[in-house]
Design a protein around this ligand. Structure first.
Ligand code: NDP
Ligand code: 2IT
Length: 446
C-alpha cells in the first residue's frame, strides 16, 4: 500500500474511532484508488479523498414517540449528507436496532460512488434510526415515522436531499414519512422516493434493486459465454432486494435454492418460485423476521443459525446485510463450484472474503455496482416527479436494464484501462470516484 493511502486510512481510523464498518468501506475504496492518485497528483494536492471521507453534514436528533401502552420511547435519528458534488444528496433510510453513526457513514460513503456509477445526477447520503420495527404495531410505526420526519423535514427537499427506503423502510414507512412532510411543508413534492403508485411513485421501484442485481449478474455471466438458464442460485436475505432478485432469476430460467433470515437459512431443492415468491412479501410484512416460517409452510429444509454459503450453487447473490459473508464462506462457495458472486446488499462481504474472490479470479462484483438499480430507479422516479408525468412499466424497466448494462461495461472498461482486467471492485471504485472528483475540482475548495 502506498504511504499516502496508508496515512489516509490511519487518519480516518484515528478520527473516527468505533466505526469499523466505515473504516472497512474507506479502506476498500482507498486501496483501489492508489493507481489513480498516482497518475493524477492534482487530486492529491486538492485533497479530494481527504474531503470525501468527511461528510458535508451530519444531522443527529432525538425521536420521541408513544408506544401502544402509553409509554414514552426515545430513539436516535440520523441523516448523513455525504457528498453533493454531482447532485442533491440521495440515499435510503434504515430502521434497525444495529444502526449507529458509523454504519450510516459507511452506507453514505458507498452511496456516493454508487450514485455516480448510475450516471444520474445524484449525490450521496444515508440516514435512519436505531428503531426496531420487529413486532411493532402499525400505529407505533406511524407515530415513530411522524416524529422522525418532524425533525428531518427541515434538512431535506426535492433539490436538497431525497431519502428513500433501506432495511426496515418500505412503501408503508415512506407513506407515513411523506404524509408528515407534506403536512409540515404544505408541499407535494418528490422529496422521497419509493412512494406508492397513486402518489408519485414509480412503477418497478419495488422490484428495481433485485432486478438490477440480476441484470448485472447476467452481464457478468455473458462475459464467460453463460446465462442464468439452468443455473442454481444461492440467495441470502428475504426482504425487498432478495424478493426482486428471486423473481428475476426465476424468469431467466435459474433456480433459487436458498433464502435466509436472522434465524437461519432455508434450502428448497425444487426452487423458490410462484406462490413461494409471493410469500416472501408476507414474511417481510409480518415483521416477524423469521425464515423458519417459510420452511414450515412449504415443508423445506431449515438450517437454524446458519448462513446459506455452504450449499452447492453456481451463482451467489448476498442480499441481506453487511459482513454476512467472510473468507471461510467465500472458500466454501468456491469449493462447491460457485463461479459468480454478485452483491445485492451493501458491503455483504468482509475484506478478507473479497480477497478470496479476487485471488481466485471468479466473477465478483461489489454492491455499489451491482445493487445500484434501486437508487437508479429512484433517480427515474425523481425525473418523473419533476416532469409530473409517469412512465410505463416497460419504459422504466428498459431504462433500468440499460443503466445496469452501462454500469457493468463501465466497471470492466475502467478496470481494463487501469491495468486490472476483470476486477469489478477497482473498476467500480475508480469510475465512481472520477466523476465525483472532477466535479469537486470544478467547484473549488468546498
Ligand atoms: P429489508 O428490510 O427488506 O430486508 C432485510 C431483511 O434481512 C431484514 O428483515 C433483516 O432482518 C434481514 N437480515 C438482517 N441481517 C440478516 C442476516 N445476517 N442474515 C439474513 N437476513 C438478515 O431490506 P432490503 O432488502 O431493502 O435490504 C437488504 C440489503 O440490500 C441491505 O444491505 C441494504 O442496504 C441493501 N440495499 C437495499 C436497497 C433498496 O432499495 N431497498 C438498494 C440497494 C441496497 P433483521 O431486521 O432481523 O436483521
Ligand atoms: O442502498 C441503496 O442504494 C438504497 N437503499 C436505495 C437508495 C435510494 O435512494 O433509492
Amino acid at each position: 500500500m502506498s504511504e499516502y493511502v496508508s496515512r489516509l486510512i490511519a487518519q480516518v481510523k484515528a478520527k473516527n474511532p468505533s466505526e469499523p464498518e466505515f473504516h472497512q468501506a474507506v479502506e476498500e475504496v482507498a486501496q483501489s484508488l492508489e493507481i489513480v492518485l498516482e497518475r493524477h497528483p492534482e487530486y492529491r494536492s486538492a485533497k479530494i479523498l481527504e474531503r470525501m471521507v468527511e461528510p458535508e453534514r451530519v444531522v443527529m436528533f432525538r425521536v420521541p414517540w408513544m408506544d401502544d401502552q402509553g409509554e414514552a420511547q426515545i430513539n436516535r435519528g440520523f441523516r448523513i449528507q455525504m457528498n453533493s458534488a454531482i447532485g442533491p444528496y440521495k440515499g435510503g433510510l434504515r430502521f434497525h436496532p444495529s444502526v449507529t453513526l458509523g454504519i450510516l457513514k459507511f452506507l453514505a460513503f458507498e452511496q456516493v460512488f454508487k450514485n455516480s456509477l448510475t450516471s444520474l445526477p445524484m449525490g450521496g447520503g444515508k440516514g435512519g434510526s436505531d428503531f426496531d420495527p420487529k413486532g411493532k404495531s402499525e400505529g407505533e410505526v406511524m407515530r415513530f415515522c411522524q416524529s422522525f420526519m418532524t425533525e428531518l423535514f427541515r434538512h431535506i427537499g426535492p433539490d436538497t436531499d431525497v431519502p428513500a427506503g433501506d432495511i426496515g423502510v418500505g412503501t408503508r414507512e415512506i407513506g407515513f414519512l411523506f404524509g408528515q412532510y407534506k403536512r409540515l411543508t404544505r408541499e407535494f413534492s418528490g422529496v422521497l422516493t419509493g412512494k406508492g403508485l397513486n402518489w408519485g411513485g414509480s412503477l418497478v421501484r419495488p422490484e428495481a434493486t433485485g432486478y438490477g442485481v440480476v441484470y448485472f449478474a447476467e452481464e457478468m455471466l455473458k462475459v464467460k459465454g453463460q446465462s442464468f438458464a439452468g443455473k442454481t442460485v444461492a440467495v441470502s436475505g428475504f426482504g425487498n432486494v432478495a424478493w426482486g432478485a428471486v423473481e428475476k432469476v426465476t424468469q431467466l430460467g435459474g433456480k433459487v435454492v436458498t433464502l435466509s433470515g436472522p434465524d437461519g437459512f432455508v434450502y428448497d431443492k425444487d426452487g423458490i418460485r410462484g406462490e413461494k415468491v409471493q410469500y416472501m412479501l408476507e414474511m417481510r410484512a409480518s415483521s416477524r423476521d423469521r425464515v423458519q416460517d417459510f420452511a414450515e409452510k412449504f415443508k423445506v429444509e431449515f438450517h437454524p443459525g446458519k448462513r446459506p454459503w455452504s450449499v452447492k450453487a453456481d451463482v451467489a447473490l448476498p442480499c441481506a446485510t453487511q459482513n454476512e459473508l467472510n473468507a471461510e464462506d467465500a472458500k466454501m462457495l468456491l469449493q462447491n463450484g460457485c463461479m459468480c458472486v454478485c452483491e445485492g446488499a451493501n458491503m455483504p462481504t468482509t475484506l478478507d472474503g473479497v480477497k478470496v474472490f479476487l485471488d481466485a479470479h471468479v466473477l465478483y462484483s461489489p454492491g455499489k455496482a451491482s445493487n445500484a438499480g434501486g437508487v437508479a430507479t429512484s433517480g427515474l422516479e425523481m425525473s418523473q416527479n419533476s416532469m409530473r408525468l409517469p412512465w410505463s412499466k416497460e419504459e422504466v424497466d428498459h431504462r433500468l436494464h440499460e443503466i445496469m448494462t452501462n454500469i457493468h461495461r463501465t466497471c470492466l472498461e475502467t478496470a481494463e484501462k487501469f491495468g486490472m482486467p476483470g476486477n469489478y471492485v477497482n473498476g467500480a471504485n475508480i469510475a465512481g470516484f472520477l466523476k465525483v472528483a472532477d466535479a469537486m475540482m470544478d467547484q473549488g475548495l468546498v
